[in-house]
Write a new protein. Structure first.
Length: 271
């Protein structure tokens, strides 16, 4: 991990160097100051302020309702915590599709008001105009292909994408189009591992997988899922590294018991 350990601050260039040096990139979501600080201190390379905040923070069924103001708020909280990681901020649904001027305006607001370092957009050839215009302002862009949750009403389900040849071919040409447009990296969500590996090998920019197998150049998970805080979501690709939901439940139960039993606060905990 020579490139990663040398980097005092991770930039888009660090990620590209990591790909060239065959070093895997680690990425996690965060939406608030306290968890972002822990994640950054642990040495993550990239923090994604994902629009999954819509599900995880706000309890919505989809990522569609979250607004630009919400995303800027979450991103600012994360930026306040981070010393080393690259902070990438999702552009929410309705702030970049079909209107490249709107896309540029939205991306500028994100960078200016939150202090984030880059933006992520979902989609392929159909959003290349927006990507190119955002890049004219010097704002780095990460792409996102495969399962793109903002299009849930088009797909109808959250199942694996690009299993059939036609969709796999489209994914390959979309990946090339995003690289040519100037994206510094692409997220592949829920696509066959072989396909993700093949495209990752053919691209010069790093790919970050979620449910896309081990041959992507890096991996991302939703923090609350991998920590076992959100327990109702259990896709095959999710590895749980902790059971914080259970830990929190026991702690809160014990607190209630202590209050009810007159055990808390004791004299040492009083003035
Ligand atoms: O919003 C999000 O958390 C994401 C990841 C699943 C890649 O886009």
């Amino acid at each position: 991990m020579v490139v990663a350990s040398r980097a005092k601050k991770v930039t888009t260039h660090t990620l590209q160097e990591m790909k060239r040096a065959n070093e895997k990139i680690s990425m996690l979501t965060a939406y608030d100051f306290s968890l972002a600080r822990l994640v950054d201190e642990a040495g993550i390379d990239v923090i994604l302020v994902g629009d999954s905040a819509s599900n995880v923070m706000a309890g919505n069924d989809t990522t569609v309702p979250i607004t630009l103001d919400h995303m800027i708020y979450h991103a600012k909280c994360v930026v306040n915590a981070v010393d080393r990681a690259l902070v990438v901020v999702d552009m929410p649904f309705g702030t970049y599709q079909g209107d490249s001027k709107l896309a540029l305006k939205s991306a500028i607001r994100i960078l200016k008001e939150s202090g984030g370092h880059a933006v992520k957009l979902e989609g392929g050839i159909e959003i290349v105009d927006s990507i190119k215009r955002i890049l004219t302002a010097g704002i780095p862009v990460m792409g996102h292909l495969g399962l793109t949750p903002q299009s849930i009403y088009k797909f109808g389900t959250y199942s694996v994408r690009a299993k059939e040849e036609e969709e796999a071919n489209k994914l390959m040409s979309d990946s090339n189009a995003l690289q040519e447009a100037g994206c510094f990296s692409i997220v592949f969500e829920k696509i066959p591992a072989d396909l993700a590996g093949k495209i990752s090998k053919s691209l010069e920019i790093p790919t970050i997988g979620i449910g896309a197998g081990r041959d992507c150049d890096g991996q991302v998970l939703v923090l609350h899922d991998m920590l076992g805080i959100t327990k109702q979501f259990s896709p095959r690709f999710l590895r749980r590294y902790a059971s914080l939901g259970d830990t929190i439940n026991s702690a809160v139960k014990q607190y209630i018991t202590d209050i009810r039993g007159g055990d808390f606060p004791n004299s040492d905990e009083s003035y």
